[in-house]
Write a protein that binds this ligand. Structure first.
Ligand code: ADP
Length: 359
């Protein structure tokens, strides 16, 4: 559906996007994550043919994209884009939704039916004659999405679509996008710096940093097996521990760090300098050493401090090496976790992802 080859974009000699090669299959929901300024919007504008690349090439909907304006417009009419800031025009809600259909010269009766159905789908039945500029941010974004929906785009680009919205409005937009993807088979590319949104919606994710696509993989792999410490930090990997492989046993390695040993699954040979990566939610805290655990890693330590993160707490434990666990507030209370308390920490070898140092 989308295929790029070494795509690049410069603005006045400054490279914003470079060497971006990836493909998205028909019907996929693909996430593009990266910090602000990474180039996500720029990449989406290239894919939506709003701008021309300065390097490389791309194919859309099975056709190589040329510089011919008529051909580009034809392709553009088969795609739609939703921006971070809802765009509504100073006319009625109906008028806003019908805009793309008018442009495509769809007849009156068909337009009326489509607008009616769209209003129903976005939960704004009865709002048709209201002036769109009087809508709330969340409602306006739903109208903007409806405007895209009625044109039945084959590809829908979403550029941080819920960055300005409250959680209930975000949920409504997400539900609508999921429906379009599932029921109409719309191919969706979603850019977001909201990692949880990326995790919720996308099956596959590309990580864009400093204009480069650093890793493209299934969502699970991006969050559990990042290719570099830079990506690991961005995707909220809590534990990044440097060490050296001191023993190997079939698929398992033992990594020494200070006077602590960490067991992980990896094929790096003895003497390799590595970083062990694992998520705080994969770390279990107990007040006594468990006799029943299957976790290969069991360490004793003292809690240094607790740091709240939403409905969870990060518990920092000095086990000779600092281990960070992500624990529900409920568990913190049940276990009476507090600074100075001695605890046992366990995590599975399979939860630890190992990369060579300086990756
Ligand atoms: P993101 O969407 O990931 O936040 P953007 O694509 O908006 O990133 O921006 C990437 C970089 O490109 C930023 O440094 C931004 O200032 C720059 N940039 C974006 N558009 C233009 C432009 N039209 N002219 C010059 N620089 C631009």
């Amino acid at each position: 559906m989308i295929e790029t080859e070494k795509l690049g974009k410069q603005y006045s000699y400054k490279e914003i996007i470079s060497d971006v090669t990836f493909r998205v299959e028909e019907g996929e929901m693909f996430g593009l994550i990266g910090p602000s300024g990474a180039g996500k919007s720029t990449l989406l504008r290239l894919l939506d043919l709003l701008e021309e690349q300065t390097e490389g090439s791309l194919s859309l909907l099975g056709e190589p994209v040329t510089r011919n304006p008529t051909e580009r417009l034809k392709l553009r009419l088969r795609m739609a884009m939703l921006l971070q800031k809802p765009v509504v025009f100073n006319t009625s809600v109906e008028g806003n939704i019908a805009l793309g259909l008018k442009f495509r010269k769809v007849g009156k009766a068909e337009t009326a039916q489509k607008v009616h159905d769209a209003l129903d789908a976005i939960g704004l039945t009865g709002y048709g004659t209201r002036k769109a500029i009087t809508l709330s941010g969340g409602e306006a974004q739903r109208v903007a999405l409806a405007r895209a929906m009625v044109t039945e785009p084959e590809i829908l680009y979403l550029d941080e679509p819920t960055a300005n919205l409250d959680p209930p409005s975000t949920e409504k937009i997400e539900q609508l996008v999921v429906r379009m993807n599932k029921e109409l088979g719309t191919t969706v590319i979603l850019s977001t710096h909201d990692l949880l949104q990326g995790q919720r919606l996308a099956k596959r994710i590309g990580v864009l940093m400093n204009g480069k696509l650093l890793q493209t993989e299934t969502t699970r792999k991006i969050f559990h097996q990042p290719q570099s410490t830079q990506i690991a930090r961005f995707v909220g990997m809590d534990n990044l521990i440097d060490g050296k492989v001191i023993a190997t046993d079939r698929e398992e390695v033992t990594i020494a760090t200070g006077n602590v040993e960490i067991h992980a699954l990896s094929s790096y040979p003895v003497e390799t300098k590595v970083t062990a990566l694992f998520r705080g939610e994969d770390v279990t805290i107990d007040l006594y050493p468990r006799s029943t655990t299957s976790a290969r890693n069991l360490l004793h330590g003292t809690i240094e401090k607790l740091v709240p993160v939403g409905p969870f707490e990060h518990v920092l434990i000095d086990c000779g090496v600092l281990i960070i666990a992500l624990v529900t507030i409920r568990s913190v209370e049940d276990l009476g976790l507090a600074p100075g308390k001695e605890v046992w920490v366990s995590f599975k070898a399979t939860a630890v992802h190992v990369i060579a140092q300086n990756s």
